[in-house]
Design a protein around this ligand. Structure first.
Ligand code: ADP
Length: 767
């Protein structure tokens, strides 16, 4: 039977265990995992303590019962160590890591029980050689102790791991309590197995459980670092006081020993007085020195506030504001990371959310923007309570358990310690997120108060900067609108010019042949009146009249063609033909002109091309016009080259196309005109240069030829474009007109060409 105090203390422990379980039930209602485990652990400890009391108290028990109780007390230690490991796992928030501790515990305990009950009828002595004997009973004890040791070692590893993983000082502080609880629990178990001081073991167990319960049940655990710092400074100051007192007293003894009337009592009193005066300044000095030594630097909140408000009030640029704000705070509090978020509210109250966009980060890449729902507990806390919120609270307080996984993941990804909301006119407009301090210290209540004040200071500046930013954005918008307006104006002016050009050109074009016709008819009429008309003159006059009529017809045809292209009514008559035929027919009509202008025209590579399906007459018009232009815009003696080649690698005719290039050594085309020349009435040269001479150098026509050419080529499902190094009448860089035509246009069989043109037109032509 053990001493009375052991039974009494263990019985007292049993009552405390029940109390702990009761407190957990009342305070947490078994909602949290760690609390649940704590309740189970406390209740098991209670049963175990009860068992011990029985075992120790009721000395004279039947052997069997005593044996059962003795064994049960050992099993209790194993069971408790396993439960303590599970409790540690959920307290350290490492539930999803490590091996299957649950299963391991169950299997181990079952194995010990099987071994102990000798289910497999093993002999009592398992192995014996000389002095060395292994008993079955020894094996059970070893399995028991090994299991206990394994669970305790597992808990130690988990604790070390959790401490390493924890970035935040508050989390680290919380974890710091665990080694203490673990230490007492391990010591308790060890003493129990030792067998000599089971009572002390049970007391240690109780202490371990009490510390664990305190850590699990208390959210705001006292700061261990701060407590350590305070204790060290008190220790130091006590030492200093003693040394100063002793030294002073001895010095006085030595100096005034021979003085009449000197008494050691007086010396003691004087020293006490000196120390009383010195105590406070000394204490502060030691504390400051220690702070410097442990956490680097300390800051003066008043100075930080003054510097902050001085620097921040006049900044209008959002990014600069964020950089300065985060910079000053980080420097004052020695923080490694920080970001200012702009908060925008979106949506209605019921399903609204807040969009958080970082302005400028420090010590890291700009974090991703995040979304917090209006109904989120974090938003509720930030909006209603107007005070900083710590990540530690978000992680551990039951009220934040409802946060959606997306929100939690985003907050975790920021890796911040504290969130300080910023308000303007009652609206939540910004969030200052700050990372851990370099010193590893937590944010103390004084820090949080200062941060709140700084956030208030930021509010006005932030509101101004936001407005300014808005204004800037609007200005930029206006500027781009103005630019678009100017472009549209220029385009309108150009169209207007094209219209006047048309009237000028049309009247000019029509007037010349009309005047000629009128002249010839007047001469005819006069000569036939006075009888001077000879058959020769009559012949001459009629040829002139016919030419004028032809020119008129040509002009009217051109106008008609344009209107057909415009109204998408250009009917094609496709048939099988060859490029060589088309080119030859187009070129032959210009033989005289080429001779006149002493120009050389060569044709290459067209005879090898496969036959194509196309409206030969229309394409001949196109080619003819390109040759005419080449003659017109090339000085006398220049060269014109027509080349053909097959394009597209496919064997099937529908995958192939032919390219025809008309190149000249003429005045060339400026790059900005390369597309415009295909527009109606557009002429790169001056309208006044207009000439009726069909092939005169630079004798511009009405500016319709290329428009018609494009209309016809596109109606064939082909493309036409111009290339030129630029316009220069001195150096004559030349130009090339490219035509690409499908060998067998699909549309010709399937749809009418008009419909095809309609689709081509719709896809981009605005003429
Ligand atoms: P035009 O009836 O005036 O010749 P086009 O539509 O055929 O009208 O040509 C439009 C403009 O394109 C011409 O006024 C001319 O400035 C330019 N142009 C056409 N072909 C050439 C070329 N081969 N070399 C240089 N400029 C050309």
């Amino acid at each position: 039977m053990l001493a009375d105090w052991a039974t009494f203390s263990t019985a007292g422990g049993a009552i405390l265990y029940v109390l702990i379980a009761g407190i957990v039930l009342v305070k947490h209602g078994l909602q949290e995992r760690a609390a649940r485990f704590l309740a189970v652990y406390a209740m098991t400890s209670f049963l175990w303590a009860l068992l011990l009391v029985f075992y120790w108290r009721l000395g004279s028990l039947p052997f069997l019962l005593e044996d059962i109780l003795a064994r049960a007390s050992f099993y209790g230690v194993l069971l408790l160590s396993w439960l303590f490991l599970l409790l540690s796992r959920s307290f350290l928030r490492l539930e999803r890591t490590g091996p299957g501790w649950w299963a391991l515990g169950v299997v181990w305990m079952a194995a010990v029980a099987v071994l102990d009950s000798n289910l497999f009828a093993l002999p009592d002595t398992l192995w014996a050689e000389g002095e060395w004997v292994v008993q079955r009973q020894d094996l059970t004890s070893v399995a028991l102790i090994l299991g206990w040791g394994g669970f305790m070692a597992g808990t130690t590893l988990l604790t070390v791991r959790a401490y390493r993983q924890a970035q935040q000082p508050l989390h680290r502080n919380r974890i710091t309590y665990w080694p203490l609880a673990l230490g007492f629990t391990v010591a308790g178990g060890a003493l129990f197995f030792d067998g000599r001081s089971e009572a002390l073991g049970s007391v240690f167990y109780l202490l371990g459980t009490l510390i664990a319960a305190y850590a699990v049940l208390t959210h705001r655990l006292p700061d261990v670092r701060q407590m350590a710092r305070r204790s060290v400074s008190y220790l130091l100051i006590t030492l200093l006081t003693v040394i100063i007192y002793a030294a002073g007293f001895l010095a006085m003894q030595y100096a005034f020993w021979t003085m009449p009337g000197y008494s050691p009592l007086l010396a003691g009193a004087v020293m006490a007085l000196i120390l009383a005066i010195l105590f406070h300044p000394l204490l502060r000095l030691v504390q400051q020195l220690l702070n410097r030594l442990i956490s680097g630097a300390s800051y003066d909140p008043r100075r930080a506030l003054r510097e902050y408000s001085l620097n921040i009030s006049n900044i209008l640029d959002l990014e600069r504001l964020a950089t300065v704000a985060v910079g000053i705070i980080s420097e004052a509090m020695d923080i490694r990371r920080g970001t200012l978020f702009l908060v925008h509210r979106e949506g209605e109250d019921g399903n609204g959310y807040f969009h958080l966009q970082s302005v400028k980060g420090m010590g890291q890449e700009d974090p991703d923007p995040g979304i917090l729902f209006a109904s989120s507990p974090v938003v509720n806390c930030l909006r209603r309570e107007h005070r900083p919120l710590t990540q530690y609270d978000i992680d551990l307080l039951p009220r934040f358990r409802q946060i959606s996984p997306v929100e939690r993941a985003w907050l975790d990804s920021l890796g911040m310690d504290v969130y300080v909301p910023i308000y303007a006119k009652g609206e939540w407009i910004g969030l200052l997120a700050l990372g851990p301090k370099a010193s590893g210290d937590r944010y103390f209540p004084d820090d949080l108060m200062l941060l709140s004040t700084l956030a208030d200071q930021t509010a006005v500046a932030l509101e101004n900067a936001r407005l300014f930013d808005d204004l800037k954005a609007r200005n930029a918008e206006n500027e781009s609108l103005n630019k678009a307006l100017a472009t549209a104006n220029r385009e309108l002016a150009r169209l207007d010019q094209a219209k006047s050009d048309f009237i000028n050109v049309a009247s000019h074009e029509l007037r010349t042949p009309l005047t000629q016709a009128r002249g010839y008819s007047e001469i005819l009429s006069e000569m036939s009146e006075d009888g001077s008309l000879t058959p020769d003159t009559a012949q001459q006059m009629s040829v002139g009249l016919i030419k004028a009529a032809q020119r008129l017809e040509e002009i009217v045809d051109t106008m008609l063609m344009i209107s057909k292209i415009d109204t998408q009514a250009l009917g094609l008559t496709p048939s099988e033909t060859t490029v060589a035929m088309i080119v030859n027919a187009a070129v032959s009509s210009w033989a005289t002109a080429l001779e006149e202008r002493k120009q050389i025209l060569t044709v290459e590579g067209v005879t090898e091309l496969p036959p194509i399906t196309a409206d030969a007459k229309q394409l001949q018009e196109v080619l003819s016009h390109l040759v005419q232009n080449a003659i017109k815009y090339t000085p006398d003696g220049g060269q014109i080259r027509i080349t053909g080649r097959l394009m597209g690698g496919g064997m099937l005719p529908q995958d192939q196309s032919v390219e025809i290039v008309v190149a000249d050594t003429g005045i060339g085309i400026a790059s900005e005109d390369l597309e415009r020349i295909f527009e109606k009435f557009y002429r790169a040269s001056d309208v006044l240069l207009h000439s009726t001479g069909k092939v005169k150098f630079k004798g511009a026509g009405p500016g319709l030829g290329l428009t018609i050419a494009r209309g016809i080529v596109e109606a064939h499902g082909g493309r036409i474009w111009a290339e030129s190094p630029g316009h220069d009448e001195e150096t004559c860089p030349g130009s090339q007109f490219h035509i690409v035509l499908p060998v067998q246009p699909r549309y010709l069989e399937a749809e009418g060409s008009a419909a095809f043109i309609a689709s081509v037109r719709a896809s981009g032509d605005q003429v």
